[in-house]
Design a protein around this ligand. Structure first.
Ligand code: OAA
Ligand code: MG
Length: 209
């Protein structure tokens, strides 16, 4: 029996309002994490592979056999501009799932970035072209390209459930996941956390001698 390459795919899943994504994109991931009761924070090993990288956008989900990027190639054909391609790669650090070539294609397509529960390579080139990638590791070792994979299914990403259209935010602290239906409420709560912490920090600085 052969395994079907794709068992579920609805590339037109509902996406969050763009203005809510933009509000969330302005907030530190830490404030959003606090606003979701500190749930929804992906494993801390998943970090930006170049300094200053940030991602914000609706999740286009990929499940792949560890170390295999055939599903990412297929996702590039189907994702919409602004999407973050989120890959459940089994936490594998031994094979890079993408590098600068996939990064350049993603720029052509308007993809907002990649979040990988796996590894990447070509970190310097990805920094130069400004394509944000979050991953568990970097390695020069290339990927397999044979599948199998699944697109557009619920996945577990760094220990957090991600449904297509959930919002992914990543900054220098790591990655948080916001359920799509909660996006506006989390933006409200995250902005309140940010305002409160800004005031508390100003008071601390004012008390300095
Ligand atoms: O070979 C691959 O598929 C991964 C890679 O390095 C690239 O996308 O540049
Ligand atoms: Mg490469």
């Amino acid at each position: 029996m052969t395994t079907p390459a794709i068992d579920t795919l609805d590339a037109d899943f509902p996406r969050p309002d763009r203005d809510v994504v933009e509000r969330l994109a302005k907030l530190p991931a830490a404030n959003i994490g606090d606003a979701v009761d500190r749930l929804g924070v992906a494993h801390s090993a998943i970090q930006a592979i170049w300094p200053g990288a940030r991602i914000a956008g609706p999740a286009f989900t990929v499940w792949t056999r560890p170390g295999d990027n055939q599903g990412i190639h297929k996702a590039l054909e189907l994702a919409q501009p602004g999407d973050v391609i989120v890959v459940a790669g089994g936490g594998d650090e031994s094979r890079a799932l993408l590098g600068e070539l996939i990064g350049e294609r993603a720029i052509n397509l308007g993809i907002a970035g990649f979040a990988l529960d796996g590894a990447a390579r070509d970190a310097e080139a990805l920094a130069e072209i400004g394509m944000p990638v979050f991953a568990r590791a970097t390695t020069p070792a290339g990927p397999y390209k044979n599948g199998p994979f699944r697109l557009g299914t619920p996945i577990s990403f760094g220990g957090v459930p991600v449904l297509p259209g959930d919002i992914i935010i990543g900054d220098s602290d790591g990655v948080v996941v916001i359920p799509r239906e909660q996006a506006a409420a989390v933006a409200d709560a995250g902005e309140a956390v940010f305002a409160d912490e800004t005031n508390r920090r100003a008071a601390i600085v004012a008390a300095r001698r």
